[in-house]
Ligand binder design. Structure first.
Ligand code: CA2
Length: 149
């Protein structure tokens, strides 16, 4: 992991994107989102380390692994967003730009999706913009790490 690499971290069930619930999540697969992230990063002269896990501990390990070396982190923690104090604590220990992304507008959905344990330890939150939200987050990380800003 180099200081020009953005970790894009995806949580549980996001590997199923494109297979079901297109009315909520659209038709893009996780591979499509990875390609979009690589394109957005390339425009900013950055690289992407794109990962997905269904396991909370694996997501935490990935955050620890890059916390001193990455350019920033984009995280869609899926349902762990609404449950995980452990992910909150892992992100709180990071001094990189961190952006929380959700494909859907979680605030227009069930009330249990309205609270995020992660938002308070993130630099920004993007919801309801579909896959473009990932690209917006990468663009913002690029701005924040650019010494001209
Ligand atoms: O909107 C988002 O990006 C979410 O993080 C997606 C999570 C959900 O638990 C969050 O509240 C909001 C769920 C991802 C599951 O994706 C599926 C895709 C296709 C079929 C089944 C699940």
């Amino acid at each position: 992991m180099s200081q020009s690499t953005v970790l894009v971290l995806n949580g549980p069930n996001l590997n199923l994107l494109g297979e079901r619930e297109p009315d909520i999540y659209g038709h893009a697969t996780l591979a499509d989102i990875e390609a979009l992230c690589r394109k957005a990063a390339g425009l900013a002269g950055l690289e992407v380390d794109f990962r997905q896990s269904n396991h909370e501990g694996a997501l935490i390990d990935a955050i620890h692994e890059v916390r001193h070396t990455a350019a920033g982190i984009v995280v869609n923690a899926g349902a762990y967003t609404h449950t995980s104090v452990a992910l909150h604590d892992a992100l709180a220990a990071v001094s990189l730009p961190v952006f929380e992304v959700h494909l859907s507008n979680v605030h227009r959905r069930e009330s249990f999706r309205h609270h995020s344990y992660l938002s308070s330890v993130c630099d920004g939150v993007i919801v309801g913009c579909g896959p473009s939200g990932y690209a917006y987050a990468i663009a913002r990380i690029s701005e924040l790490i650019d010494p001209r800003h």
